[in-house]
Design a protein around this ligand. Structure first.
Ligand code: PA5
Length: 423
């Protein structure tokens, strides 16, 4: 991974932040900062439960041949990371492994009905994921899909086809899983939802999809090693965190996370939750938004180029994507596209990226932070996710907010519960 700040227009010596970074680095590593009960993710690449990872792999192997569809039931941190991994590593229409469908992330009856209809004659497994065990979106979906599993299969078979990922001891879901005899996996106490991709929350759906959890963890471990130094000049996660703070101080109130691959759009969704929930509190924070180019250049491009100068872009560029296409020549050049004949479509994409970067930075005065990732492998996914964890923790501490709580999310729940008549 490489961080390129040459287009970021920072004009500030990052080393002037060293003292503040040293202090925040200790808060993260010594568990002495705000929200210190939730920094279990920092050393997780070293300390993860090897037995549980083995159990995840064994389970996926055991159920693989009798699963057409894995239904993952969860919301927020309990699904976004898994979805991001699956799409980045396997692409949007993979030919191997079970189909994976996400529910529990909406109250849309139309969507739920469509999924129920779509899977009713297929072999299904349900993985319900909830740390608290009481999230309403998840619980509504889970009841519907649990009912479907119980209708389709014998009691014994149904028990095998429902897997719960939740708190190790507490909560409604844990109690239900124990009562019903479901296999359970643990979301550790000291790891919050949006920092939980490297636990069973993310690893179980990945294993079902044929992604080796140990490769993901190996990537996270390499990132742990690289980003455990406090020295800013040696730590690009901290450089990114400082760059964000400088942007904020310069009045940039929005950050647009940009990729050039449709299969990376869910990384943007995951990234928005990570930074949005971690940073957006106490009236502070940068609004995280995301876009996929060149697709969204035909919708948001105008605003970015000439609209209000409120944003900067963070561009994630994958140096080597797995597939390419050579653009064909046609004898008669009706569409005037022969000038690209023989070129790789990935090259066209790269030229679009370079042209856009220059248009936005040089002509549009929109600063760009550029992150280069080697490839879209499981290892690189693990590395990148840990990079963003570390950058986010640092960025929040530098801002002075607790990166690990989300008190604001409760407000809509309270109002909704009142309307729903929940006691
Ligand atoms: O990051 C978070 O903590 C949240 O987004 C949660 O992951 C989300 O609200 C789901 O919570 P739970 O796993 O308790 O169902």
């Amino acid at each position: 991974m490489r961080l390129d700040l040459t287009n970021a227009k920072l004009n500030v010596d990052l080393s002037s932040w060293q003292e503040r970074v040293d202090e925040a680095h200790d808060w993260l590593h010594e568990k002495t900062g705000k929200g210190n009960d939730y920094v279990g993710w920092v050393k997780w690449p070293l300390e993860y439960d090897k037995e549980e990872v083995k159990r995840i792999k064994d389970l996926a192997l055991r159920l693989k041949d009798k699963t057409d569809v894995l239904i993952v039931c969860g919301i927020g941190g309990s699904y976004l990371g898994a979805r991001a991994a699956l799409e980045m590593i396997r692409g949007l229409y993979p030919n191997d492994g079970p189909e994976i469908i996400f529910v529990g992330n909406t109250f849309s009856a139309t969507y739920l009905n469509q999924v129920l209809e779509h899977v009713k004659d297929k072999e299904i497994v349900v993985n319900v994921i909830s740390k608290s065990g009481t999230t309403t979106e998840t619980s509504v979906s889970f009841r519907l899909f649990k009912e479907l599993v119980e209708k389709k299969y014998s009691k014994e078979e149904a028990k095998e086809r429902i897997i719960a990922t939740t708190d190790k001891a507490r909560g409604t879901l844990k109690a239900l899983a124990d009562e019903m005899g479901y296999e359970t996996f643990v979301i550790p106490d000291d790891i919050g939802g949006r920092y939980s991709v490297f636990t069973a929350v993310g690893l179980l759906p990945m294993a079902f999809a044929g992604i080796d959890p140990e490769e993901v963890l190996r990537g996270s471990k390499a990132a742990f090693d690289d980003f455990s130094v406090s020295d800013i000049s040696k730590n690009i996660a901290y450089q990114y965190a400082i760059a964000r703070r400088i942007m904020d101080e310069k009045g940039k109130s929005a950050e647009m996370f940009v990729t050039y691959e449709l299969q990376l759009a869910s990384i943007g969704e995951w990234w928005k939750q990570l930074f949005g929930e971690s940073e957006g509190k106490d009236g502070l924070g940068i609004l995280p938004t995301s876009a996929t180019f060149s697709t969204d250049l035909h919708s948001l491009g105008q605003f970015i180029q000439q609209g209000r100068k409120c944003l900067f872009e963070t561009l994630l560029w994958i140096d080597k994507m797995p597939n390419d296409i050579t653009f064909p020549r046609e004898e008669v050049d009706f569409d005037h596209m022969n000038y690209l004949a023989g070129k790789q479509v990935s090259w066209v994409n790269e030229m679009a990226m370079r042209g856009t970067l220059s248009a936005h930075v040089d002509d549009g005065d929109v600063p760009n932070i550029v992150i280069h990732l080697d490839d879209a492998s499981a290892y690189s996914f693990g590395y990148m996710i840990y990079f963003f964890f570390k950058a986010c923790g640092m960025s929040c501490y530098l801002l002075g907010v607790n990166p690990f709580d989300q008190p604001g999310v409760e407000v809509y729940k309270k109002k909704m519960f009142k309307l729903l008549g929940k006691e």
